[in-house]
Write a protein that binds this ligand. Structure first.
Ligand code: SF4
Length: 155
């Protein structure tokens, strides 16, 4: 567990997996420009120690690169995603971001997305969420259309 800088209460504790996901999502959202790590720590209210630990973890997994840059006379790092997904919502909660086996995972290896239960479960849950969201939209549209039809019949 990591604790945010400004609050020691238990409900503010977040698992390293959740924070790693959030950090990666924010980096991805900055596109090819990336983001200065100090800004990232500020946005997520992380200590530089915890933030650096997460950044190094993402770098080790080949998900981000840390470029050393001079900013306002001080050396710091700019974090840039090495893989940019089309849609950032698609990476939220993805098990690969925090997976210890990520460096060994290849398409045809013994650790592979083709046989991984974690990725399979995540894809199924994400698909079911999207299908539920689509159903909600369809139901709302149908209800609105019906209401419009009833209203126009009453006029
Ligand atoms: S596919 Fe599975 S084993 Fe491979 S990196 Fe993702 S979670 Fe880990």
């Amino acid at each position: 567990m990591l604790i945010r800088q400004d609050d020691n209460s238990e409900d503010r504790e977040e698992s390293i997996e959740d924070l790693t996901s959030k950090v990666f999502k924010l980096i991805v959202e900055q596109g090819k420009e990336g983001i200065l790590q100090s800004r990232l720590w500020k946005e997520l209210n992380l200590t530089s120690r915890d933030g650096s630990r997460i950044a190094m973890r993402l770098e080790k997994r080949g998900l981000v690169t840390r470029q050393r840059v001079l900013e306002n006379g001080r050396w710091t790092f700019r974090l840039i995603a090495l893989r940019l997904p089309l849609d950032t919502t698609s990476i939220e909660g993805a098990p690969c971001i925090t997976c210890n086996l990520e460096s060994m995972c290849t398409e045809d290896g013994s650790v592979s997305p083709n046989t991984c239960r974690l990725i399979e479960n995540w894809v199924l849950v994400e698909m079911s969420k999207r299908m539920d969201a689509k159903k909600d939209i369809t139901n709302t549209t149908t209800a609105t259309t019906t209401n419009i039809q009833i209203e126009s019949m009453q006029e």
